[in-house]
Design a protein around this ligand. Structure first.
Ligand code: OSB
Ligand code: MG
Length: 368
């Protein structure tokens, strides 16, 4: 495939309700949509998942746009692509900037699958026809939290995740366990703790949590190893794993017992697959994380989660969990905690350009 056109679109999406984590509150979600077109007019779609501010990782929507415009799109135009796996090498000249790389690589994967007349999950080697789904609930007053959990369970979600931070942790988990003694429950700290908080984190061992996600600093797999040795509850790493090498080191150091794979955080589907295979070899369970994506990003995550070693529910809730109206057709729906994988070629969902247009902040066309 020789790509000759790339279109970047910056959308602003209003969340149905604000989402609060230990690092802040989001009311709106910027979305970077990437559309690539090859010499035969095959289109592919990708989504950049960086936020407005660099509080999850160092990337932002604007740094992503810049990296794409100045470096990654020119590299894509430079030569034909026979298989999307080649982009990992081609983009390796550029340090980090994983979300920018993943946005463009994801669009190429979609075009590749469409060109070869197969669904994206088949192109990736996925085997499942349906994926299990959990829901991630932001920090909010306890009565609202309990109400949200009840609602999510009624909708069939297979696992509940709540966000925690120092002062919003043990008491909340105790309250939840009081009302829902046996629901599959986990917590995500988004790096809000340090080893000084070990007693507080150890107190969580009493509540049968599936795992504690990313309790310590973003880049600290050494302290995570020390913490894991003292905790019964498995640690799941999110922010700390940005590559195959990161995963290899974390496994070797025993920094975690579970890994959350996000396509954007690790720089694309090819790298996500490599991490999946590594974790499979080492019997480290994996699941597919979420970034409050719009429909295109979610479609890529669903395809990834069909790989055989994704054994735990994904953070890929239904479109209606986030938006009044998603910009894909059909919207993502969840039935009894499962998403049925689309059979159409490529990502399996069509982009609804009318829904895209009404949210556009700016857009730009790049030609070879
Ligand atoms: O850490 O998994 C995270 C949302 C924004 C930033 C980071 C995270 C999250 C979520 C939500 O937990 C997952 C989702 O529903 O998309
Ligand atoms: Mg997380």
């Amino acid at each position: 495939m020789q790509f000759h056109t790339v279109i970047l679109r910056y959308l602003e999406m209003e969340l149905k309700s604000p989402f609060t984590t230990s690092f802040g509150t989001m009311k709106t979600r910027p979305v970077l949509l990437v559309e690539v077109i090859d010499q035969d007019g095959v289109h592919g779609w990708g989504e950049g998942v960086a936020f407005f501010a660099p509080w999850y990782t160092e990337e932002t929507i604007e740094t992503t746009w810049h990296m794409l415009e100045a470096f990654l799109i020119p590299l894509l135009f430079q030569a034909p692509v026979y298989h999307p796996d080649e982009l990992r090498d081609r983009f390796s000249l550029i340090r980090r900037n994983c979300m920018a790389k993943a946005a463009l690589e994801g669009a190429v994967w979609d075009a590749f699958a469409k060109r070869h007349h197969m669904p994206l999950h088949v192109a990736l080697g996925g085997e499942k026809q349906e994926v299990d789904v959990g829901v991630s609930i932001g920090i909010q007053p306890i009565t609202n939290t309990l109400k949200r959990i009840e609602q999510a369970l009624a909708e069939g979600y297979k696992r509940i995740k709540i966000k925690i931070k120092p002062g919003w942790d043990v008491d909340v988990v105790r309250d939840i366990r009081h009302h829902f003694p046996h629901v599959p429950l986990m917590v995500d700290a988004n790096s809000a703790y340090s080893l000084c908080d070990i007693d507080r984190l150890k107190a969580l061992d009493d509540y049968e949590l599936l795992m504690i996600e990313q309790p310590l600093a973003v880049d600290d797999i050494v302290d995570h190893a020390k913490l894991q040795a003292k905790l019964q509850t498995p640690i799941c790493l999110d922010e700390s794993i940005c590559s195959y090498e990161d995963a290899k080191r974390a496994i070797e150091l025993k920094s975690c017992r579970v890994i959350n794979i996000k396509i954007g955080r690790v720089g694309g589907l090819t790298e996500a697959k490599r991490i999946h295979d590594l974790c499979q070899q080492h019997r480290i369970p994996v699941w597919c994380g979420g970034m409050l994506e719009g429909g295109v990003g979610r479609a890529h995550s669903i395809a990834l989660a069909t790989l055989p070693h994704f054994s735990l529910p994904s953070d890929t809730a239904a479109s209606a969990n986030y938006w009044e109206r998603d910009f894909i057709e059909p919207e993502v729906t969840v039935h009894r905690g499962r998403i049925f994988v689309q059979k159409q070629h490529g990502i399996g969902y069509a982009v609804n350009l009318a829904e895209v247009e009404r949210r556009i902040v700016r857009s730009k066309i790049y030609k070879r």
